[in-house]
Design a protein around this ligand. Sequence first.
Ligand SMILES: *Cc1c(COP(=O)(O)O)cnc(C)c1O
Length: 408
Amino acid sequence: MQNNSVFWDAAERADSFYVYFEEIIKNHVRELKSAFKGVDFLYSFKTNPHPRIVKSIVEEGFGADAASPGEVFLAAKSGLSREQIYYSAPGKKISDISGALGKCVIIADSISEIERISELAASAGLCESIGVRINPDFTFYSDTGECSKFGIDEELLFAEADRIKKLPGIKITGIHVHSRSQELNADVLKKYYDNVLALAQKTEKIFGSPLEFINLGGGLGIPYAAGDLPLDTERLGSAVAGGVALLKAQNPGLKIFAETGRFAVGKSGFYCAKVVDIKTSRGKKYIILSATLNGFIRPSIEQLITSYQKENPKPCEPLFTKPGAFEFIALSRKGTEETEKVTLAGNLCTAADVMATDIILPKLSVGDMVAVSNAGSYAAVLTPFRFSSHAKTEEFFLDINQKLSCRL
Ligand SMILES: *Cc1c(COP(=O)(O)O)cnc(C)c1O
């Protein structure tokens, strides 16, 4: 746990808030940079677009994985150039595409989207280099593909290659393959990356021209629950280094990217909520916090899912990872050795805003706080702050010089 005084400083200004520690972000980002030689990284803005976080990551040399025109805008605002911003999302509207032309590398997500980009680029007199997102004929765990709303099935893309090559206004210069998130097994990722590199070579052969970039996608996981072992980034990095170096030797202009959101910032954030009331109902003790579901929704989703399925519920990122994914830390001014069994609930008028049920915590009083771990990624961005018209949760950033700033 980080220095508690930071949380109390923040609590002077807000009742429920996130705190992000830049030092933790820098450590994670630098770990990736030193483990993966020959691979460049893109930061997945959707995990947390807080401007200070973006700045901290971008200044380490990361580009952007943008999932919307808004994220393309934020990435450009952070100083990234067109070649450093990759816009990949299903269902881009005409206005999304025309607004993105020339500002980023657009990754087409379907055959009809390739045609749409071609039409718009050609009518604007441009020749746009674009990427395609491929739904490969393999997954993390199998040598055959699955159906997906993302990307173009590998077989379909190759069957259409001759026609696509002739489309005006565009040139396909890269591929993007992303299958899933939150993998902790380096061997699984290594095999997947090898498969993507092989798919890239196949793409070059079928399209008859060298690629300018290969985006390996995301997947780098972080430990959530007790017992999760951290991903061995050094082992993974050295395992893929050979394949990466070989392709780059054959094609010196080639860029190879990996994407990450949560590995960079997931561990850097804590969500904190003040205790506003404490009550006991028929023997059950409730700690009522100033915002739970409407401050950090993921623990409540975990409660919901595990109430229906206790044994091995399937992950569904970024809403649900696994049981026990968040640690609850009592921050009390008095500090006490005494513990008690409590249920952490919120101040919304719905029974669904429960963060934790019957957990053992040090004894809390009104005015104390509960901090929740693993709140850097898919946390503030998923907050349903419109619900019940409560105030938005504040976000604090503690920079490496220990200076605390707030966002709102
Ligand atoms: C969300 C997303 C990521 C980032 O996933 P993390 O688990 O946060 O690292 C990477 N690539 C794509 C295409 C995504 O949609």
